[in-house]
Ligand binder design. Structure first.
Ligand code: SAJ
Length: 432
């Protein structure tokens, strides 16, 4: 007999999660409040631009093992497990658990003995025991005795979600040993690497992963600005430092975007406000949030060198998604860069082969169209397509040959050979 499970919230995490379970012998009901999304999914049409997700959706819709719906109440009856993947946004440093709370109340109204409730959404430490459990127990049923509850933090990097769901180790943190055991059994059916722990440890481990990555990138960005200041090349410095077997500095860039690194550190920060040194997390965030402004200053400097006021400049932005190879524009550094440029009076044209989002700019349909007549071209997103730009063609189309390479994708010497003034994050102004 097939196990029936419900996945609540069919976004970047919930949809791939639902599809993986549906492809591994479960019948999955996927619930989302967005009727448009549900209608698309029913037709086998995917709103995530990931090849593996699209293929899996088509397969499970044909097989009939995945049923998308907006109806949550009746879906929860008669299932063995409910997996909650709703957003937990951070607004002005404060986490908003309202989506999670309303779903938990619906689950609490419909919960049955023996069911397993999983929260995959990223949550502040202590939330499973102090927030989720009491709401579910308002049903009259008791966790560990009547139902099982665990936090299994999502660990999907958008763009590679199916592979990561199947292969990345999963932390399974129950509110007690029975919950951990039951949750382990469920996740073991889709992923061989499951690690038991308690819910508090799982919550903290998730936040530690993304906060550490944010700190690492902040250090890379700081190093980049130091290198610009003293006239060195951060790309080379990091490459050399990383030849040490115990050093792994990440890449500097125009800022840190996406839905995870921009919010998770705040959850960790909030829970240890009185802990000595906690400001480290805040400072790292501030550095990464500053990088789009630093990028705009670099663009402005490059234009000034040619006596072009930014208010009269036409600037081409290549890439508006938050990272390369994805169509996700959430908290993208490009948005801040573009709005700063527009505020300074510049005319901005964008080109991104992965999305139609423009952040209020004119969208070009090709790189050629985008760079035509440009006073400066800035590569903001590390899309693979931008690594092999035809510099010869570009040099003929632009008005001024100014290239600001925020991801250091282009060989600076090659750019110079084609007549470009080349600027890069971490190389900057003193090396021009
Ligand atoms: N970035 C840099 N330099 C780098 C790496 C990334 O500037 O060296 C920037 C990217 O361009 C992007 C931002 O950081 O704007 C975040 O991108 P990312 O690839 O570091 O991470 P996400 O947000 O796509 O996914 C992260 C991942 N977490 C870790 O690697 C620890 C992913 O595995 C998590 O599942 C995901 O957060 C999540 O959902 O929490």
């Amino acid at each position: 007999m097939k196990h029936h499970i419900v996945v609540v919230g069919l976004g970047y995490i919930g949809l791939p999660t639902a599809l993986v379970f549906a492809s591994k012998g479960f019948h999955v009901v996927g619930v989302d409040v967005d009727q448009r999304k549900v209608d698309m999914l029913k037709r086998g049409k995917c709103y995530l631009r990931e090849k593996d997700v699209i293929t899996l959706l088509e397969k499970v819709i044909v097989e009939g093992s995945f049923t998308p719906t907006t109806e949550i109440n009746s879906s929860i009856e008669n299932v063995s497990s409910v997996i909650v993947c709703v957003p937990t946004p951070v607004v002005a440093g404060e986490v908003d658990l309202s989506f999670l709370e309303s779903v938990l109340h619906v689950i609490s109204d419909n919960i049955k003995k023996g069911q397993l409730i999983i929260v995959e959404s990223t949550i502040p430490p202590g939330t499973t025991v102090n927030f989720v459990k009491p709401i579910l127990e308002s049903s009259g049923l008791i966790a560990e005795n009547d139902f099982y509850l665990a936090h299994v933090p999502e660990r999907i990097a958008p763009g590679n979600s199916i592979k990561e769901l199947l292969n990345l180790p999963r932390l399974v943190g129950g509110v007690g040993p029975k919950s951990t055991r039951v949750a382990l059994e469920l996740y073991r059916k889709v992923n061989p690497y499951v690690i038991p722990c308690d819910s508090l440890t799982a919550e903290l481990s998730k936040l530690a992963e993304n906060t550490f990555r944010d700190l690492n990138i902040a250090f890379a960005n700081l190093l980049a600005m130091i290198c610009e200041h003293v006239g060195a090349d951060a790309k080379k410095v990091i490459e050399l430092a990383n030849t040490h077997p115990r050093v792994n500095i990440l890449k500097p860039g125009p800022g840190v975007g996406g839905p995870c690194l921009t919010k998770d550190p705040y959850m960790l920060l909030k829970c240890g406000e009185r802990v000595f040194g906690i400001k480290l997390i805040d400072v790292a965030r501030k550095i990464n949030e500053y990088m789009p402004i630093h990028t705009v200053a670099l663009i402005e400097y490059a234009l000034k060198k040619l006596n072009i006021p930014i208010s009269k400049a036409k600037i081409t932005i290549l890439g508006v998604t938050y990272k390369g190879g994805v169509n996700d524009t959430r908290s993208s550094p490009s948005e801040k860069i573009i709005s700063e440029l527009i505020a300074r009076g510049a005319t901005v044209v964008t080109y991104d082969p992965y999305t139609k989002e423009t952040f209020g700019t004119k969208r070009a349909n090709s790189i050629e169209e985008a760079v035509k007549g440009a006073d400066a071209v800035a590569i903001v997103t590390d899309h693979p397509e931008f690594m092999s730009l035809d510099l010869s063609l570009l040099s003929k189309l632009v008005r001024h040959r100014v290239l600001i390479d925020c991801r250091r994708l282009i060989d600076s010497e090659a750019a110079r050979r084609h007549g470009f003034k080349y600027y890069g994050i971490g190389l900057g102004v003193v090396n021009e």
